[in-house]
Design a protein around this ligand. Structure first.
Ligand code: FPP
Length: 255
């Protein structure tokens, strides 16, 4: 069987521009397997993963996507070999140094979610603060990096904040709703993702944005993250557009 692979331009022509996702979240998986398949080191896999992230961010800007959120380092990732953890931290620092100007030129606002004050190297925390500060007025795309992030930890942190407000008499527990609970999450101010993409073929959420992904369309692709590009991104958006988004209600056909 011959498979014809369409170019990003040909795929983009199929997009319904009136139904683009506002917010895309990505679980970037498969760096290790990509490297292993090529006889390369895991570090080289992450390095190639960084290039895929740069491509994807650029493609999102070109497609007019307003929010992109990526899972860069989970609370579970500390269990990896210490040399790999150190490499990832250094790669993040280097990426901030190298990409800050480009991010500013492209109108990208950077946000970071996760337990920032815990465990991360001080040099990284300082660079993260700098990139957040220097891009905070940018409007084209909000790029959120989940770093030392866990979805359950985020919910626990929100519950603690709610409980503090209630204990101080500033919040009546009867007034807590799904809408205002969102204000206590790390993603406060960001609309929930419409589409979540996972590369590397797995079908799990792996503790990513547990609250926010309640109604998102999940698209899993077998492509390893370092091979992800604009064409793959558009394929995922096309899949999203093919699905009926009913939010648990009925569509017109069933009414
Ligand atoms: C998963 O691949 C990827 C990660 C744990 C980290 C994601 C990191 C990058 C994309 C590198 C650059 C990121 C930034 C923000 C500079 P894996 O190692 O779990 O793959 P495997 O499942 O094949 O082992």
């Amino acid at each position: 069987m011959t498979t014809i692979s369409l170019s990003a331009r040909e795929l983009a022509a199929q997009l319904d521009r009136t139904r683009m996702p506002v917010h895309i979240a990505i679980i970037m998986d498969g760096n290790g397997r990509w490297a292993k398949a090529r006889g390369l080191s895991v570090h080289q896999g992450h390095q190639a993963g960084r290039e895929a992230l740069k491509r994807t961010l650029k493609a999102c800007v070109q497609l007019g996507i307003k929010y992109l959120t990526v899972y860069a380092f989970s609370t579970e990732n500390w269990r990896r070999p210490s040399s790999e953890v150190r490499f990832l931290m250094t790669l993040l620092e280097r990426t901030i140094d190298e990409e800050l100007d480009e991010l500013k030129r492209n109108g990208v606002r950077v946000r970071v979610i996760g337990r920032l004050e815990e465990k991360l190297p001080q040099t990284l925390i300082e660079k993260v603060r700098r990139v957040i500060e220097e891009t905070k007025h940018n409007k084209k795309l909000t790029f959120t990096v989940a770093l030392n992030y866990g979805g359950r930890a985020e919910i626990i942190d929100a519950v603690r904040a709610v409980a503090r407000e209630a204990a101080a008499g500033r919040l009546d527990p009867r007034e807590i709703t799904e809408e205002n609970f969102h204000n206590f999450l790390y993603t406060n101010g960001t609309p929930d993702p419409d589409l979540v993409i996972r590369t590397g073929g797995e079908m799990r959420l792996s503790n990513f944005l547990l609250w926010q992904l309640a109604y998102a369309e999940f698209v899993s692709t077998p492509i390893y993250w370092p091979d992800f590009d604009k064409a793959e991104l558009i394929k995922a958006i096309l899949e999203y557009q093919r699905r009926e988004r009913r939010f648990g209600g009925r569509n017109e056909m069933c009414a």
